[in-house]
Design a protein around this ligand. Structure first.
Ligand SMILES: Nc1nc2c(ncn2[C@@H]2O[C@H](COP(=O)(O)OP(=O)(O)OP(=O)(O)O)[C@@H](O)[C@H]2O)c(=O)[nH]1
Ligand SMILES: [Mg+2]
Length: 447
């Protein structure tokens, strides 16, 4: 018997968490809630959530046979494939009890595990449940694939996707290896596919390396400009702040991983010298290894920044654990966290009482809403004040023959005083040590 379903076209997910002894119940719940948001971002609806205690997530039978039978009652493949899938039988009473318990309203047509599973584990569970099985890694890779827009993001995600896929290719003829004519001697169709994918990955990596070198070149040309990077957990409101601070039209969406590429814009209203703001990809717990590698290159922008605006969704009750994830990734990147300003965003969604609590807990943080103009003006001022402290005063004599450097001075430094004398200009200014050193060198080479 199958439980009647209403909408056949919708992907209905059963979420499954394996709770190992090192994980608390609260962590399981937080992570499952996040998995729910991730699958929603892919367009799936969640019909049920199940947790199973196990010593580890590594054994082949990741769930015991009793649990698999229980879960098989909650799952059902699409109509046509149901005919070719062996289905487990359940008696009427058992299913009626499940429906009555409110555990599910409809059967699920995919099962999604909140951990990474090996290809063999996936096959094992698929055989028992009769539906397609996703792990958390696949969900995140699919979201990235869906949201990647620029060539760099597409290449990074495609490499991660193919790396994920290769060991999961099914060797249909593994027992009785059918050899292909024209292939390498003794190579099966499965092996040919695996080899093609490896070649494809190598091609994509070459193209990506070239693009990253170009990006590095663009970054180096900005090195003596003041840069502020927005970093934080996915959906914290980084792009919303970017929009408000730079008057630009970057993408803002109530979706996980809306932004995958770093965008750089100028702070508005303009400052002297101008300040660049960059929006970066968001973080998440249990990020797949290949995507961590892509993140590292995308986050180079944060590494070079003079100030990190650490954006947190203060209305999310799990924000402290999200903050810990961001800290961890930034430490891995060797980002200097002394240059950081914590922004507790979305305070329009929390009570005054909670705001007071947060003030005690995070006295140095700014409590803001990216939707509030006064708060944006405050962030603007804080950025300027912070960066001003990094600038040192200096005085230069600039002969009229070297007046070509004035463009550099006005765009990258704060001019305090300009006096014109017979033999040249006397400029008093403030700039970062890097910019001052560059100006020294430019003036020396112009003599
Ligand atoms: N209530 C409220 N919502 C906000 C605020 N800031 C952002 N949001 C909403 O939060 C959601 C996510 O905002 P984004 O700016 O796209 O978040 P992000 O950090 O760039 O997210 P990713 O690009 O996915 O990492 C959107 O629906 C925003 O409208 C705020 O101050 N208050
Ligand atoms: Mg964004």
């Amino acid at each position: 018997m199958t439980i009647p379903t209403t909408e056949k076209s919708v992907t209905r997910a059963l979420l499954i968490s394996i709770r190992t002894p090192d994980v608390s119940l609260q962590e399981v719940d937080e992570s499952l809630a996040e998995l729910g948001r991730l699958v929603n971002t892919l367009g799936f609806s969640v019909v049920a959530t199940k947790t199973q205690r196990q010593r580890s997530t590594k054994q082949l039978s990741v769930l015991g046979s009793g649990k698999l039978e229980e879960l098989a009652a909650l799952t059902s493949e699409s109509e046509q494939s149901q005919n070719d899938q062996p289905q487990l039988d359940f008696d009427q009473d058992e299913l009626s009890a499940l429906l009555a318990s409110g555990d599910i309203q409809e059967q699920a047509n995919v099962a999604v595990f909140d951990c990474e599973l090996s290809p063999n584990q996936i096959r094992h569970v698929e055989a028992a449940l009769g539906v397609e099985v996703y792990d958390r890694t696949r969900v995140i890779i699919e979201i990235f694939s869906k949201h990647a827009r620029t060539r760099t993001a597409k290449l990074q995600v495609e490499i991660a996707r193919l790396n994920y896929l290769t060991p999961r290719l099914r060797d249909e003829n593994s027992g009785d290896r059918e050899r292909q004519k024209g292939s390498w001697i003794g190579e099966s169709a499965f092996e040919i596919n695996s080899r093609r994918i490896r070649d494809k990955i190598a091609d994509l990596k070459r193209e990506l390396k070239k693009l990253q070198e170009e990006m590095q070149g663009r970054r180096s040309s900005r090195v003596e400009q003041l840069c502020v990077a927005l970093v934080g957990y996915t959906n914290a409101g980084k792009s919303s702040l970017m929009r408000a601070l730079t008057d630009s039209e970057v993408l803002v969406e109530d979706k996980l991983f809306a932004t995958l590429d770093t965008t750089v814009r100028t702070l508005q209203p303009p400052t002297q010298p101008r300040i660049l703001i960059s929006d970066t990809v968001g973080f998440i717990k249990k990020l797949p290894h290949d995507l961590v590698a892509s993140f590292h290159s995308t986050l180079e922008e944060a590494k070079d920044a003079d100030l990190l605006l650490y954006v947190v969704d203060a209305s999310d009750e799990n924000f402290t654990s999200q903050l810990a994830v961001v800290d961890h990734v930034l430490a891995e990147l060797n980002v200097d966290s002394a240059n950081k300003l914590l922004l507790l965003n979305k305070v329009d969604c929390i009570s005054e009482e909670r705001q007071l609590e947060l003030l005690e807990q995070y006295p140095d943080a700014l409590q803001i809403s990216s939707r509030n103009k006064e708060d944006i003006a405050l962030v603007h001022r804080e950025i300027q004040d912070f960066l001003e402290k990094k600038m040192c005063p200096a005085c230069f004599h600039i002969p009229y023959t070297a007046s070509g450097v004035m463009g550099e001075i006005h765009s990258k430094m704060q001019v305090i005083d300009e006096q014109y004398h017979e033999d040249g200009m006397r400029i008093t200014l403030k700039a970062t040590p890097v910019a001052l050193e560059r100006l020294h060198k430019m003036l020396q080479s112009s003599f």
